[in-house]
Design a protein around this ligand. Sequence first.
Ligand code: SF4
Length: 121
Amino acid sequence: MQKNIICVACPMGCGVTVELDDNGSIVSVTGNTCKRGDAYARTEVTNPVRSLATTVKVEGGIFNVVPCKSAGALPKDKIFACMEVINSVSVKAPVKLGDVLVSDILGTGIDIVATNHCPVK
Ligand code: SF4
């Protein structure tokens, strides 16, 4: 079986083909023009991950929400579940850049951290 993907590890966007055997093991990776593309394609086929950037509700701040991101890449199949957790959270102002807003989200070992400040109103 073949899987054709677009490498997003850099803006070049190379088309990469991953050949899999009947057991789902990777036989070959072609089309990438660098090692990063090879690594990206292998991860994308076996254990796809995504970074998450969104907002968390803030109580008592000058803003109602503060922007945040995952401190690392999350399993792609947990992104929607992570968003449900993040949408259910509300933090109290003040929030500082880098504050952990959700620790170890869904047991992934990845924290959700603030990417901006939100002072008290
Ligand atoms: S294969 Fe290499 S050059 Fe091509 S998009 Fe991926 S990282 Fe960029």
